[in-house]
Design a protein around this ligand. Sequence first.
Ligand code: HGY
Ligand code: MN
Ligand code: MN
Length: 412
Amino acid sequence: MVPKIRIDPGVVEARIMELARIGACYETGVCRTVYSPEWVEAQAVVERWCTEAGFATRRDAVGNIWGRVEGSEGGPAVVSGSHIDSQLPGGRYDGALGIIAAITAMEALVAQFGPPKRPVEALSFCEEEGSRFQGASFWGSRAITGQAPEGLADRLIDPQGTSMADAMRAVGLDPARIHEARRTDIGDFIELHVEQGPILEHAGYPVGIVNVINGARGYRVTVVGDSNHAGAMPMDLRRDPLVGAAEMVIAVQQNAVRLGRPAVATVGYIHAEPGWPAIIPKSVTFTINTRHNDRDALNGMAAAHEAAMREIAARHGLEVSWTGGDGLDPCPADPTIVALLEQSARDQGIAALTMPSGALHDAQRMAQIARMSMVFVQSKDGRSHTPEEYSSIEHCVAGIQVLAGGLYLLAW
Ligand code: HGY
Ligand code: MN
Ligand code: MN
């Protein structure tokens, strides 16, 4: 039986606002990319919270912050946390709430029940969003799980031309030591996160418990045609790559619509060259981000995107090519951890819906080295990756109680 765990809403709100001020942008947004001055300041705040809570606090080789409470019986650690970086712009909750939740839950558990039997750690991942270095998503959890190979930090370049390796040096980290961030002694990992979608709000639940995380496939597509005069070239003689790309965008969208939930497909970026009103473009580049929580369905949808792009290009006499087509596979949560979180919610009288995660998370990397699940907090209007992102303090506290109950069952 999980006793009701007392979480102070005032502390949760104060912490959300303290982090929200660091890198604040667009009124209620947050712009905080990895290894930026805002990132340094935010990780310092997390470090201070952990130290003030009495946790043994350290920064690892890639800048993840860890706050640890030793367990009287030892054993593999129980870890909870999320990422400190944001989209550009992101909201106040994506990532940040999971760090605040872990620290606040651990503090409450120690205050209410004394030291744990197993070691418990709060974790602030240095990077998840890929918002500064394209291709760097999950940098923190990749390093922890041994998937940040030597030399990668030199190859990742931000839009200003700075390499990940130089950005690390600028904040006092040595890229030659990335491998030291690897952990092999973590038993369980639970990430609390805002849902970022409308499912909980529509179903009337404050909290969700994640049983599977979507997999994704990403593409960068280039369509090439003939650049020419927008007035002198008759329509029937054109090879216009933007018209082909437009048809491809619709085809990709329709592939996901046809499959139905939880299939999704997004073209979030498109660029025409040279990109002037009186010039038929020479080439168009766009991205596809497509997701599903079933591997066969995901691969089938990706194959359908590829077939549609080939067919449309051939019909318009265009050339099409792409890079990518890969990404993380769907990741089931550990049934034992899901059951513990369900018990935590039940025992504390909190209504929780067991559900899949549409967004990707560090948790799916951590699942490669630990038993994993996640706690979701209802997102208002399902908004996320925007400054409008919002979750009520009441719902945040309910989520933290469910997380704390899960940690209690695992470690106390
Ligand atoms: O895109 C994602 O799902 C993650 O939030 N970056
Ligand atoms: Mn995000
Ligand atoms: Mn996130």
